[in-house]
Design a protein around this ligand. Structure first.
Ligand code: CIR
Length: 257
């Protein structure tokens, strides 16, 4: 069965980290409503949702994806590039230990889960403001013994690698070609975002389709045309905190309930 770990939206979300956006007032109740709808979509996709509580002073708690990367054989506890986010990891470690052996990114390494795109045994890791070379080296050491190949990708125009490219099916990627170099992804089938929707490359592939922001109808249409089943969710308040759909959960498969 699938488990989706999510995390409570902090009352302090208005003080979230921002890199590419101007700060706007964020309505906490709206974000919470968006999270509930997102969790309902995860349940429809076949996940049992496990929502962790937010701790005090964790503005970005809802973006749980950045705190860990889960593989079949192990989970890697991230060390977020933004210092304000490092208090988020201990509770996630406790939750994940029930399902996977855990290994941890140590200083001076930094990795945000949003920079890690896993496609089969290939693990693309964004070299970004949040994820550094030492973090990538540690990912390599942890994953190579399990037969994964770690491939660094330069990320410059957006926050994370998965702002620019995500998997939307078996060997099928959704990309914004203006934000990532094509080279590493050449061997995959690709769907490009609609040029009017540069932020539209972040889709969450789970179950037999994708959970996808309602804000990107033109790219959504491209996905459907290529046979991808699209379940849209409202995520515009989350977007003010620079989050999208992959960031709000950690999905893992488990043999036990
Ligand atoms: C941050 O800047 O860390 C948060 N405000 C947004 C994180 C979004 N995470 C993601 O895309 N994986």
């Amino acid at each position: 069965m699938l488990v989706a770990i999510t995390r409570e939206v902090s009352l302090a979300i208005g003080r979230c980290e921002l890199t590419h956006l101007r700060r706007e007032t964020i309505d906490v109740e709206r974000v919470r409503a968006e999270q509930r709808a997102y969790e309902a979509a995860l349940a429809v996709a076949g996940c049992r949702v496990e929502r962790l509580e937010a701790g005090p002073d964790m503005p970005d708690s809802v973006f749980v994806e950045d705190t860990a990367i889960v593989f079949d054989e192990l989970a890697i506890l991230a060390r977020p590039g933004a210092e304000s986010r490092r208090t988020e990891t201990p509770a996630v470690a406790t939750a994940l230990r029930r399902y996977r052996p855990l290994c941890t990114i140590e200083a001076p390494g930094t990795v945000d889960g949003g920079d890690v795109l896993v496609v089969g045994r290939r693990v693309f890791v964004g070299r970004s403001r949040r994820t550094n070379e030492a973090g990538i080296d540690q990912m390599q050491c942890a994953l190579e013994p399990h037969g994964y190949q770690v491939e660094p990708v330069d990320v410059s125009h957006c926050l994370h690698l998965k702002s620019a490219v995500t998997a939307v099916g078996d060997g099928l990627l959704l990309t914004n070609p203006a934000w990532v170099p094509p080279g590493p992804f050449r061997s995959f089938d690709r769907i490009e975002v609609h040029p009017d929707e540069p932020w539209a490359a972040n889709a969450l592939w789970v179950g037999d389709g994708v959970i996808y922001p309602a804000a990107w109808p033109r790219t959504g249409e491209r996905l459907e045309t290529r046979g991808v089943k699209v379940c849209t969710v409202e995520a515009s308040e989350l977007a003010k905190a620079e989050g999208a759909v992959t960031c709000c959960s950690l999905i893992l498969e488990t043999k036990t309930d």
